[in-house]
Design a binder for this molecule. Structure first.
Ligand code: 5GP
Ligand code: ZN
Length: 136
């Protein structure tokens, strides 16, 4: 399924040119136009899924092995020191393009990026209550 108004559908399926690093029948991996670090790339499924909530399980199951393959390739070729993989789902999480994509972000010791999370000290009772809310 494709969405004719979706730019990532057009890129993933080759209707709009991109800097493609990898392609198979399910995915295209492209360089991000505005990279957070050197080599920042995106895994795009060729089918249109809006985000994590909607991606098909069989497609989702192939994303992490592909991320690992690309991370190994980029680490070897670019000499990065580590990696972030990030998937934003919905505006509140920073999603701006509503076609599932996984960010592949090579990290370098002195890249100046700050992708760290703000940690909140939380009482044990509160953690227990949240656990119950999720799994009850
Ligand atoms: P999001 O914020 O939705 O998680 O990430 C969208 C990403 O797509 C951003 O990092 C942005 O730079 C990138 N992006 C947006 N439009 C294009 C495009 O037309 N081509 C490429 N290669 N990257 C894009
Ligand atoms: Zn799409």
């Amino acid at each position: 399924m494709k969405d004719e108004n979706c730019i990532f559908c057009k890129i993933a399926n080759g209707e709009i040119p991109s800097r493609t690093l990898y392609e198979d029948e399910d995915f295209r991996v492209i360089m991000d136009l505005a990279p957070a670090t050197k080599g920042h790339s995106l895994i795009l499924p060729k089918q249109h899924y809006k985000n994590l909530y909607e991606i098909a399980d069989d497609t989702a199951a192939k994303v992490l092995p592909l991320a690992k393959k690309m991370a190994n390739l980029m680490t070897e070729k670019l000499g990065c020191d580590g990696f972030n993989i990030i998937q934003n789902t919905n505006e509140v999480a920073g999603q701006t393009v509503f076609h599932f994509h996984m960010h592949l972000i090579p990290r370098y010791d002195s890249d100046g990026q700050n992708l760290t999370m703000k940690a909140h000290e939380t009482p044990a009772e509160e953690l227990d209550a949240i656990k119950q809310q999720i799994i009850k």
